[in-house]
Ligand binder design. Structure first.
Ligand code: B12
Length: 471
């Protein structure tokens, strides 16, 4: 049995709130979710498993077609995000015309949000809901034994043209039971990030799920319970990466720092093994204090991504962020004190937001000790509470994400939250905020002294200019 897992191109990616020019210079990240599915297939089936990362190799559909005709895979799995749906569908068509006998299945965030619309796409044989490791392996084994995809729990198929939408399997209880991502199936040396000091980089997840209630966020398939791996499992994976020559790890946990004790366990294990590794995390401001930040610094952390979203306490309540400004200021102070680069994430155009609220966010940006800022324009994502609020209060006349899922169109541009501002006004305010943030001499000097090579200066300089002057 030959299994091919495809990370589709991103040529028709729906642009949200990150200008294309910025996206292109920020880096190349491996498709972690797909590598988990590959590892499950390697561990629990007899199949010969390969992974194709099309964006990494600048592959278009013709190149994918040639690859599929050469390989003639029995099962093809395609990673599907709502934002890259058009590319995923083109990839289905390409696979079916290059090798019609292949069983084509889709998995990833999008299929959990719109299963009916997605299983109805011509050429799609099945969908794997939820966490894909086990159901995908069972699908491969069932097909290998001549069984039907519809017999596998957590797999959606069409019966006589009627979608039989089953539910996803329960979430993995113990993440330590899952195999580590199959990074050997990709060329690890090609992945990089403008934020990184070292190359190559990779991404990692030490936990899944987030219990927080931020209205703009949704992880349809990873749940609201914080499930986490043991320190031993996490550092084993880090050690494997270091042995592969990967010097910098991007930990993409939604909130790495939720369990204080676990952070100490992971840091102590890194130090005990004397692992020379650089890593970065996403952390909530209300989970950080001097002791825990010092421990992470001793264990090699280089960067922390901290979601602040707004400098207005009223808006923080409305978007249910669950932090206060003192905690946010303190978080950046602590990073500065321990020599950890910090990135603050902010959004302009939140529900009921006024010019005064945005002024408060600009005030926060001017005074906080963050090294970098990422300012997004609030754009409701599918499946989020924010999107439901926008539809309920009539800000949007129709369920445009459902229509996009049913009739994907590459020219679709998801609307911002334009309750009190136009998209253009929000973009102008964002440019103004970036300029006032990055033009502070103390911050510019700190950036300058932080770079370690001319190459890094060139990369960061180019990205910085794109952020400051891109339209
Ligand atoms: C790391 C990450 C990235 C990385 C790497 C993305 C990648 N290609 O893997 C980078 C920085 C490149 C990135 C970019 C973007 N991202 Co992103 N990203 C994430 C993040 C934080 C973690 C993804 C991850 O590894 N999860 C852990 C693994 C275990 O989960 P998973 O990937 O979903 O995979 C599991 C299942 O979904 C399923 N599965 C997944 N793929 C497949 C394929 C098959 C065949 C099968 C059977 C199963 C299966 O099984 C996997 C294992 O259990 C998620 C949020 C999250 N917590 O998941 C957002 C997320 C996936 N990203 C999101 C978005 C919107 C984007 C961007 C469009 C943002 C932008 N505007 O630029 C771009 C798209 C770029 C692209 N290449 O597609 C959204 C997608 C929402 C949606 N409805 O589609 C998410 C959910 C965050 C959010 N805001 O809601 N992202």
């Amino acid at each position: 049995m030959k299994v091919l897992l495809i990370h589709p191109p991103t040529r028709h990616m729906i642009r949200t709130n990150v200008p294309k020019s910025v996206d292109e210079v920020t880096g190349l990240y491996p498709p972690l979710g797909l590598l988990y599915v590959a590892a499950g297939a390697q561990a629990w089936t007899q199949a010969e498993v390969t992974v194709l990362d099309a964006p990494a190799h600048h592959m278009d559909q013709a190149a994918i077609g040639r690859h599929v005709s050469r390989l003639e895979p029995d099962v093809v799995g395609i990673q599907t995000m709502t934002f890259t749906l058009v590319d995923a569908i083109q990839t289905v068509e390409t696979v079916k015309s290059a090798h019609p006998n292949a069983h084509v299945t889709l998995g990833g965030p999008h299929v959990n949000l719109y299963p009916i619309e997605t299983i109805s796409i011509p050429g799609v044989d099945s969908l794997v809901l939820g966490e894909g490791e086990r159901p995908f392996a069972d699908l491969v084994n069932t097909l290998a034994d001549g069984g039907a995809a519809g017999d596998v729990s957590g797999v959606v198929v069409q019966d006589g043209g009627i979608p039989n939408v089953t539910s996803a399997r329960p979430l993995e209880k113990d993440l330590d039971d899952l195999p580590h991502p199959a990074r050997d199936l990709l060329d690890s040396s090609i992945y990089w990030s403008v934020l990184a000091t070292y190359k190559p980089i990779t991404t990692m997840m030490t936990s899944r799920g987030c219990p927080m209630k931020c209205v703009f966020c949704d992880r349809p398939h990873l749940g609201k319970t914080f499930r986490f791996r043991s320190a031993g499992s996490v550092v084993d994976e880090m050690e494997t990466c270091v042995k592969k020559g990967i010097r910098e790890l991007f930990l993409y946990d939604d909130t790495f720092s939720l369990r204080r004790q676990r952070i100490f366990e992971i840091c102590d294990e890194i130090t005990r093994r004397n692992l020379d590794v650089h890593w970065d995390v996403r952390a909530r401001a209300d989970t950080l204090d001097d002791e825990v930040v010092a421990a992470m610094k001793r264990a090699g952390i280089t960067r922390m991504h901290i979601g602040v979203e707004s400098g207005s306490p009223r808006i923080l309540d409305i978007i249910r962020k669950g932090i206060d400004l003192e905690q946010a200021y303190e978080a950046f102070e602590l990073c500065g004190k321990h020599g950890i680069t910090s990135l603050g994430y902010f959004m302009f155009g939140n529900p009921t937001e006024t010019r005064d609220d945005i002024e408060m966010t600009m005030e926060f940006l001017r005074n906080c000790k963050a090294n970098h800022a990422h300012i997004a324009i609030t754009t409701p994502f599918p499946g989020t509470e924010l999107y439901r609020m926008g539809l309920e209060q009539g800000l949007y006349p129709n369920d445009y994400w459902q229509e996009f899922a049913a009739h994907p169109d590459a020219s679709f541009q998801p609307p911002a939250w334009t309750e009190n501002f136009t998209q253009q006004e929000l973009e102008d305010l964002r440019q103004e905020a970036y300029r006032s943030f990055y033009s502070r001499p103390s911050r510019l000097l700190r950036q300058l002294f932080a770079v370690r090579s001319f190459g890094e200066l060139w990369m960061k300089g180019r990205a910085g200019l794109k952020v400051l002057f891109s339209k």
